[in-house]
Design a binder for this molecule. Structure first.
Ligand code: UDP
Length: 249
């Protein structure tokens, strides 16, 4: 599928249903495949971080996690159909996992969080086969132990909540060794599923203000979220140049 370029990052032009359908195809094809839900922070990071840019380019599916990327795509005249929040895609993939008997592994969060999230998922999606969990606080030299546990569990779907972009880097680095059909970074979704963190109320989500809600609840995000005005300034700059070029002289 042709990707839609947003400041150098290629996005698959799919909505949530389209992303689920694509993920199902990828799972059926075997693996390993990486799915990335990228927000404005990741787009801006990719501009100066070759490693992140490379990981995005190698992913089998890249969707717009957040209203900012969709806004940018519209301003640039290549509109993406809609945002695909990572936590929504992850939940839909868990539903597919229950339906299709996929094996699921949950990695990330403080000790006990992934196991708690597994219990929640079993209640929400009866029949889901969560074959393993592991917390996300391990040193680099424990990578082999974590990889071994995942390989032994043999999941079809690996959901990794280690924070972005660490989770995408980690998954990309170990994708071949992991051999999982589909792997995806899910940020703080495990914390939300276990009730440790709250998502923005639906109205805030509908208004595209989820980022603002998170900023109010987690002011330490301020530095990271400076990427948003920076992104908007670059998009407006490109638009202005395009308009000036098109204007009659
Ligand atoms: N986390 C982790 N290992 C780490 C650092 C963070 O497992 O070394 C987890 C953390 O407990 C949380 C998630 O990664 O569950 C990051 O959540 P956040 O909402 O900050 O995600 P982001 O917006 O960074 O993707």
């Amino acid at each position: 599928m042709n990707r839609t370029d947003v400041l150098g990052v290629g996005f698959d032009p799919v909505d949530l249903d389209g992303a689920v359908a694509r993920a199902v195809e990828l799972a059926a094809a075997g693996g390993p495949h990486l799915i990335i839900t990228a927000n404005v922070e990741m787009v801006m990071r990719a501009r100066h971080d070759d490693d992140v840019r490379d990981v995005l380019a190698r992913a089998a599916l890249v969707v717009a996690d957040g209203v900012g990327v969709v806004w940018g795509s519209r301003q640039l005249g290549r509109p993406l159909p809609s945002r695909v929040p990572g936590i929504d895609l992850a939940a839909r993939l868990c539903l597919e996992a229950a339906r299709r008997r996929w094996r699921v592994f949950l990695l990330g969060g403080r000790p006990g969080v992934a196991a708690g999230a597994a219990d929640r998922l079993r209640a929400w999606y009866p029949g889901i086969d969560v074959v393993g969990t592991r917390d996300g606080y391990f040193a680099a030299d424990a990578d082999r132990v974590v990889l071994g546990a995942i390989r032994e569990a043999g999941p079809t779907l690996l959901l990794a909540g280690l924070g972005a972009p660490r989770q995408e880097r980690w998954l990309a680095r170990h994708l071949d060794a992991l051999g999982v059909p589909i792997a995806m970074g899910i940020g703080g979704a495990l914390d939300v599923w276990t009730g440790r963190a709250r998502r923005a109320p639906r109205l805030w989500q509908t208004l595209g203000l989820e980022w603002c809600y998170r900023l109010v609840r987690e002011p330490r995000r301020f530095g990271r979220q400076l990427a948003i005005p920076h992104f908007m300034a670059i998009v407006y700059g490109i638009r202005l140049r395009t308009l000036l070029r098109a204007a009659p002289r």
